[in-house]
Write a protein that binds this ligand. Structure first.
Ligand code: FAD
Length: 499
């Protein structure tokens, strides 16, 4: 099959997508007029193929029955890396046995509801731990900056196979949403169990010494106790660069104005009305997002995990710290736009040789931000940059609540000062971005792993512990849902190759 690319207005693109089989789509907001790049499937004569033509979207996966399989593999952690590793093992007739410290997704939801009401954090069941890992109640953005890691399209196909919408197959910045992810994760679990795999919830692995199978270690980057166990058991690790900062939240209407180049006179709703005249177009173009980066004093300052129409959430896993992150539902229709704003930290910035020193550094900042409960410290953006206390705070999506705090004073200077300069830089590019209508919330400390569990680049096996396959975000080789899932697939394939 051939493809053909079109650059269309949102209205034209919307209409084309109702008729034709779209294989790639991206929204281009760089020019004053919003454009949609649409690639459609065509026949030999270059004629677009109808949307509902009887052509399969992809080759469906074939999972084998492993109830009586000769080979089995232990997987620690049921996040994207662990789950996709398990599905890949099933495809190769190997039995996955998953141990997950948190609860299955419907039980986990209850703990998250309590946390959102500021009624306490369960250290074993929260936004980080539980079925589906940190990916379950995440934004569910499915893109990876690295195209070299493997077959990214296969990850999208598997998400689609388990219930994600068609858009994940063609959207340049595909997104599932935290309302849809739990159902998809549940169907993956049902598939694994139905084919003979095992999943043991509420089972924290506290030693690897007794395990006889090959082990896929997919623990994510928040299980600091597990890293300490690995260090005690002689698993070789090293500090890696990471990033920390804050989450920022603007009114979504303001971000739409800035990113879609709308004048003060033309509101977003007016523009969308002019563009559309049709129901469905708002969903089609979506609320605007942004990606910003600058350099301040030799370090990158950048936006991270931007969530249009989303919520800020309490994403810590211990009862004496404050960590925030962001998520959004599939429609991305809250009135808020949030994003991490982080500063690059290099291993040499932290004194000492302990491979876990980055974790200690993260923990120290998270404890500094802690207000005695899930309530998070916050400051208006301009006040933060100008070094003033915020007498009041704007409304904010963060459900446990925010309290006015001098982040400009207590954030370590190499983070705080750089963020202040970074915000000025971003405002030069998008005048109006630096505003007291926006609020910064502390702290965004888990944007990436501060540790790497060292593995052989060919075999993907730990260099110190034969039979151990560290993978995913916690091993320091991935960041995000897609790359972690791919890393899990790659680890499983390596094991499958070794008869
Ligand atoms: C709120 C939020 C929003 C996010 N939004 C996005 C997004 O939009 N797009 C994106 O790409 N990424 C997003 N991320 C990041 C993404 O979720 C992670 O990169 C991804 O989940 C990492 O996958 P993983 O499988 O490596 O680890 P995890 O998903 O962290 O899973 C690890 C699992 O291992 C379990 N575990 C840990 N230690 C043990 C042990 N000793 N014994 C048993 N089980 C253990 C944990 O309970 C956890 O369930 C978000 C994260 C958060 C918190």
């Amino acid at each position: 099959m051939e493809t053909k690319q079109y650059i269309l207005s949102p209205k034209e693109a919307y209409e084309a997508a109702q008729k034709w089989r779209v294989v790639k789509r991206s929204v281009d907001a760089r020019q004053r007029e919003l454009k949609v790049h649409l690639t459609v499937l065509t026949d030999d004569q270059g004629k677009p193929i109808a949307k509902d033509a009887p052509i399969p979207l992809y080759e469906p996966p074939v999972f084998q029955d492993v109830h009586h399989a000769k080979r089995s593999v232990v997987i620690v952690g049921c996040g994207p890396a662990g789950l996709f590793a398990a599905l890949t093992l099933l495809e190769h007739g190997i039995k996955p046995i998953i141990y997950e410290r948190g609860k299955e997704v419907s039980e986990r939801k209850k703990d998250i509801a309590l946390l959102n009401r500021n009624e306490g954090l369960n250290p074993e069941s929260n936004y980080c731990f539980g079925e589906g890992g940190a990916g379950t109640f995440s934004d569910g953005k499915l893109f990876s900056r690295s195209k070299k890691r493997g077959n990214m399209q296969r990850v999208m196909e598997l998400f689609h196979y388990f219930g994600a919408s068609d858009t994940v197959l063609y959207e340049a910045h595909a997104h599932i949403g935290s309302d849809k992810l739990p159902g998809i994760i549940k169907r993956m679990r049902e598939c694994i169990i139905e084919h003979g795999g095992e999943i043991h919830f509420e089972t924290c692995v506290t030693s690897l010494k007794e395990v006889r199978h090959p082990i896929i270690l997919a623990i994510g980057h928040s299980a600091h106790d597990t890293y300490r166990m690995l260090a005690a058991e002689g698993v070789k690790m090293e500090t890696k660069g990471f990033a920390m900062g804050v989450r920022i939240e603007h009114p979504q209407s303001l971000i739409n104005k800035l990113m879609y180049h709308l004048s003060a006179k033309r509101s977003v709703s007016e523009t969308v009305r002019t563009l559309s005249g049709e129901a469905g177009l708002i969903d089609y173009v979506g609320n605007a997002s942004y990606s910003m980066v600058t350099q301040v004093d030799g370090r990158g300052v950048y936006s991270f995990c931007m969530c249009p129409g989303g919520h800020i959430v309490p994403a810590g896993s211990s009862t004496d710290s404050c960590v925030v992150n962001g998520m959004s539902a599939s429609h991305r229709n809250s009135p808020y736009a949030n994003s991490g704003m982080v500063v690059q930290i290099n291993p040499e910035d932290i004194p000492g040789n302990d491979p876990l020193k980055g974790l200690l550094y993260q923990e120290a900042l998270e404890q500094l931000a802690f207000q005695g409960s899930a309530v998070a410290p916050a400051q208006r953006m301009k006040d933060f940059v100008e070094g003033k206390a915020s007498r009041d705070l704007p409304s904010c999506s963060y459900l446990p609540g925010i309290v006015s705090s001098r982040l400009d004073e207590w954030l370590p200077a190499h983070i705080g000062k750089r963020l202040q300069q970074g915000f000025r830089d971003f405002d030069r590019k998008y005048p109006g971005f630096l505003t007291n209508e926006a609020v910064i919330v502390g702290v965004e400390s888990r944007s990436s792993s501060a540790v790497r569990i060292i593995r052989d680049s060919e075999s993907l096996e730990s260099i110190s512990t034969p039979g151990l396959y560290p993978c995913g975000e916690g091993a320091g080789y991935a960041g995000g849902i897609t790359s972690s899932a791919l890393d899990g697939i790659n680890a499983a394939l390596k094991i499958a190759e070794r008869q």
